[in-house]
Design a protein around this ligand. Structure first.
Ligand code: SOE
Length: 389
């Protein structure tokens, strides 16, 4: 009988719902070496937290983070709070001897990410392990794209085009959420969704971005404060407040191999709801991963006879594709939530084997260095060269 792995989750927003789904479902579909137990969910508002804990399947609800990480019956702390809480909570949990899963981006600043990486390195020496939740790595088509690149199907990689496009802020009257507050979110489109594009580009290519040249903009500088409801589905209230993060970020990146990338992150791309796209071009072929068509990748084989060339769509639903062994017969598609189950599967397997789960805090710190470099590069815009001079 596999041992239990007792989990405390901190936070109960959108990511709390998604992570709960992962903890609940993974052991019911995959043969895991340890069985996650949803022991306690921590949140500030007692009534809301108790109701959601019950709905999502947590045995208990608590308001007390410090008391929870001091408990002997907790093995893993899963942090799904806004970014301003990640650093202190993750370090405290690691020091209390708990394994940690922390949502992306790892931190709000590069200094925090560096401290978290150092804490994770020290904890690993005591057998306590940490992982950052870049969940899209666990979409089967993305994992398959990485396999194709790793086995040389694309040859030498020369270019990467990565975009994460959403449109939920294109209405200037959409209300302020914590995601538009720098003190809570660290940055705007750049850290929230640009971080995914960066991680996915590095994950699929197996390469590291080592320098950047960036541009950032805040299109709507003031918005209504939040009235009824919360988060992405809340409605506007009476007051108004400043937007203190970027609405748009783009940059060119140079990979350690010499390949070049263009990156774009925006929550103002009208019509694009959740379009994370990563296209990689090598001298033997290209691939396109598109989250809005997440059960497939497009693959172009430049070594095929010219008369047979063209992008072909590979449906990533075969039992031999990554993660598919546990799910439905070929052709039966998966969705957004499955990535969270796969994340739990990979984490539990790594913890049971005592090996470093990926992406590690070091990987999260590397993404944070890219975010920080983009911000520094964009600066005050003075690097722009006028066409009118
Ligand atoms: C909101 O923009 C958001 O939920 C991100 O924070 C998530 O990381 C991404 O998966 C979807 O969009």
């Amino acid at each position: 009988m596999p041992a239990p792995l007792r989990v405390a989750m901190i936070g109960n927003g959108f990511m709390g719902a998604a992570h709960s789904q992962g903890w609940r479902t993974a052991p019911r579909f995959f043969d895991l070496p340890a069985i996650p137990e949803m022991t306690v969910m921590v949140g500030r508002d007692p009534d809301k937290n108790a109701a959601l804990a019950q709905r999502w399947g947590w045995a208990e609800a608590s308001q007390d983070f410090d008391a929870v990480i001091a408990r002997d019956d907790i093995d893993v702390v899963d942090i799904v709070t806004p970014g301003n809480l990640h650093c202190d909570m993750a370090i405290a949990a690691l020091e209390a001897g708990k394994h940690v899963l922390c949502e992306k981006p790892l931190a709000n600043t590069v200094e925090e990410a560096k401290r978290m990486d150092a804490a994770a390195t020290a904890a690993a020496e005591r057998g306590v392990l940490a992982m950052v939740g870049f969940t899209y790595r666990r979409v089967p088509a993305a994992a398959f794209a990485r396999d194709l690149v790793a086995r040389g199907a694309l040859g030498t990689i020369r270019q990467v085009r990565a975009q994460y496009l959403q449109d939920w802020l294109s209405d200037p009257e959409a209300p302020l959420t914590w995601r538009m507050d720098k003190s809570k979110a660290g940055s705007g489109a750049l850290g929230d969704i640009g971080a995914h594009a960066i991680d996915m580009a590095q994950f699929i290519t197996g390469q590291t971005i080592d320098s950047v040249s960036g541009v950032m903009e805040t299109f709507v500088k003031e918005r209504p404060t939040m009235g009824e409801g919360q988060g992405l589905s809340g409605s506007a209230g009476e007051g108004r407040g400043p937007v203190t993060v970027d609405d748009y970020a783009a940059f060119n990146g140079r990979f350690d191999s010499g390949a070049l990338g263009t990156f774009e992150a925006t929550r103002f791309a009208t019509g694009r709801k959740n379009a994370l796209r990563v296209e990689v071009a090598g001298d033997k072929g290209s691939i396109l991963f598109d989250l809005e068509d997440m059960n497939a990748i497009q693959y172009y084989d430049a070594t095929a006879p010219a008369t047979e060339q063209g992008f072909r769509r590979i449906y990533v639903t075969e039992a031999d594709h990554p993660y598919l062994e546990a799910w439905w017969p070929p052709g039966h598609m998966l969705g957004y939530e499955h990535g969270f189950s796969h994340q739990v599967k990979d984490l539990v397997e790594a913890l049971a084997a005592g090996v470093q789960p990926t992406p590690s805090f070091a990987d999260g710190y590397q993404v944070q260095r890219v975010l920080d470099a983009v911000e520094r590069s964009a600066g005050d815009g003075s690097a722009w060269v006028s066409t009118q001079a």
